[in-house]
Each structure stands twice: as C-alpha cells, then as structure tokens.
Design a protein around this ligand. Structure first.
Ligand code: BMA
Length: 363
C-alpha cells in the first residue's frame, strides 16, 4: 500500500500534468515577472494554445509601425479583431550595434513594442539571427564559427562583446524598474544545416557548450534574471534525435519545435502530430513546458489552412503557444492580411475554443 501511494505520489508530481509546483528554472534567482510568465504559460496551456505572430506589431503587408500615420497595429488584429497573445521579435544585428535589425525594424521601435505588448499582458519571445562572427556574413553563412568562438581567443572576445550588446538591449526593456520577462530562443533549428550553428557546420558538443556559455554570460556575468530559455530544433526527420543538440536540463526551460508547411498539408500535419508528440513526452518527463515555436505556410495559399490543417492538430496537444512567422510582403507572409482569401478562416480560427489571443490571456 505504501509503495502504491509512493508511486501515485511520484506519478502525480509532474507539474506539467497536475498542479503548478515550483519549477526548476535555468535561473535559480528568477525575477518576479519571469515567475509570473512561466506560471501564466502553465495555466494557459491547460486552456488552450496561445497564438503568436512574429513581428506582429512591427509591420504587416502594406504597413509599418511608426510610418505613414498608418492606423493598423497588426495584421492579426485586422483580420480577427484581436491582438495575438504571443509577440515574436528577432534581435539579429543587435550584435553589430546597428540601429535596425536584419528585417529593418529599428531597435527603438522594437523596445517600444515589446514594452507595449508586455503592458497589455502579452508574452514576448525573442529569436536571434546573428551574423557569422568569423566572416561577417549572415546567419546563413555556413563557415564554421562555433568552435572558433570556443577555442580562439579573438572570436571569444568578439562573441562576448556581442552578448554584452544583447544584454544591454534586454536591460533596456524596463517597466516600473522591473525588466520585461523574455522567452529567449537562440540558436534555433540547429538540426538543419542552413545556419552556421547548424548540423554539419558545428559539432553537437560544441553547440551545447556554446549554449551553456551563452546562458552563463547572460545570467551570471550580466545578471539577467528575466529570461526563459527555449531549445527549438527544426522538424524531425525519422532518423533525427530531438535530443542530439540538447544543452541539458539545467540550461533549458522550454522545449520547442519549428515545422513549416511547404505546400504539402498532409506531410505537414503528419509532422506536427508526430513531432509534437515526441516533444510533449520528453517535456513531460522533464517537468518542462513545450511549445510550437515557429510555423507557417508561405502566402497561406491553402484554403482554410488555419481551421482545417492547423487547428485539429494542435487543439489538444497542451503546447503553450504557437508562433506564426512574419508578414513581410504579399509573397512572404504567414498570416492573412485584410482582403486575403484566408482572412475569414483566420477569424474562424480565432473563434475556436482552444485558440488563446491577447484578450483570453489577460482574462
Ligand atoms: C526568415 C525569413 C527572412 C528573415 C529571417 C529573420 O525565415 O523570413 O526573410 O530575414 O527569417 O526574421
């Protein structure tokens, strides 16, 4: 009997399944706001999936924040009537001390929009398409650089300066003297071979070391206690091991996965089901949250893609959020905009019981 009770007790301690226990975060001294965000993600994932959009408020198809007196605040709101719950931003080129990120969003605008979204109850997730430190090429320049950062002093110094610039930006995201909590998702899609930190361009050991060093620099050297760290490989091919590049439980707060629909909704749906299942079961064992960290179908061509393809495959997963990629222009966009043939489908997606938008989060 005692054994049975003990077993019962153990099987119930997974905070992921049951009630919210004190989480074991990467940061042992997390800010109050960071704890709140983690808790919010836990409870909202019981109700549904928080809907996110990359650069939701920075620009959309035919408009840009701060320009031409445009009144549009986000394509998501234009077509659905509600702002997203999750706001994706990318700090690529902060490392160069540039005024604008790689997608021409000024860091000043980004700061304003992050603070605004946070004040409205939204969640902020940040990725980092940083340049290649060895060649000064972009993220897609595959010249090996990770081992250089780790072993060559010249590049180590450069990387530490880059992290200092990231830290300065994070420290500038302040509301009432408290830093805005950030869900940080660096070095994503490492199991693909397109980035310099990806498969074939660095070893798994070096990848993990770079991740761990990055956490230590931000948390211990720069004293940032407002960050949750997300590990997000790309879609798994059957032979892929989700854990191949995993930097360790002490360095990761949330498990993620990026999956795109390349005009084959059947293959996409299959991957979503398969991969989210894998991520969920690993997250469950580790008492960690998990999320669908990037997705989309460029141009959203397939009719009713949100309600017919995405929704049925995510509604009961327990994923904390899903992030649709950015709306750059009429060709490169991942949410409908006003007048788009899938605008009403996205509105119908918003009305579904398990999709959480900003208004649902603040409730
Ligand atoms: C990619 C594309 C690029 C963009 C990059 C970083 O997926 O959208 O155009 O520069 O993300 O946002």
């Amino acid at each position: 009997m005692i054994l049975f009770l003990l077993f019962l007790n153990f099987s119930c301690t997974s905070f992921y399944n049951e009630t919210y226990n004190k989480p074991d975060l990467v940061d042992k001294n997390p800010s109050m706001n960071l704890k709140k965000v983690h808790k919010k993600l836990f409870y909202s994932s019981k109700k549904g999936v928080a809907i996110g959009h990359q650069d939701a408020t920075s620009y959309g198809v035919g408009w840009k924040y701060g320009e031409n007196k445009k009144t549009i605040t986000s394509d998501a709101e234009q077509v659905s009537g509600s702002l997203p719950a999750v706001y994706g931003f990318d700090i690529g080129h902060i490392e160069l001390n540039n005024e604008y990120n790689l997608d021409s969003v000024s860091f000043n605008s980004m700061r304003n929009l992050i603070i605004k979204a946070h004040n409205q109850g939204g969640l902020i997730t940040i990725s980092w398409h940083l340049d290649n430190p060895v060649t000064a090429g972009n993220s897609w320049d595959k010249t090996p650089a990770v081992s250089k950062i780790l072993k060559d002093e010249k590049y180590r110094i450069k990387y530490e300066l880059w992290i200092e610039r990231v830290a300065e930006f994070f420290k500038s995201l302040k509301v009432n003297n408290e830093l805005v909590p950030i869900i940080f998702r660096p070095f994503h899609e490492m199991n693909g071979s397109w980035f310099w930190w990806g498969e074939g361009n660095c070893s798994a050991t070096d990848y993990k070391t770079l991740w761990q060093e990055t956490v230590k620099l931000l948390r211990d050297k720069h004293n940032l206690h407002n960050l949750l760290y997300v590990y997000s490989p790309n879609k798994l091919n059957p032979e892929n091991d989700y854990m191949k590049y995993y930097p360790g439980d002490e360095y990761v707060d949330i498990l993620g996965i990026d999956i795109y629909d390349f005009n084959d909704s059947e293959a996409y749906a299959k991957s979503v089901v398969n991969d989210l299942n894998i991520v969920k079961s690993i997250a469950n064992k580790k008492n960690k949250l998990f999320a669908f960290t990037e997705t989309g179908l460029e141009g959203v061509k397939t009719q009713n893609w949100f309600t017919k393809i995405v929704y049925p495959n995510i509604e009961n997963t327990g994923a904390s959020w899903i992030l649709f990629w950015r709306n750059a222009n009429k060709k490169h966009h991942y949410l409908p905009y006003k007048g788009h043939h899938n605008a009403s489908d996205f509105k119908a997606f918003k009305e579904k019981p398990k999709t959480l938008f900003l208004e649902d989060l603040s409730n």
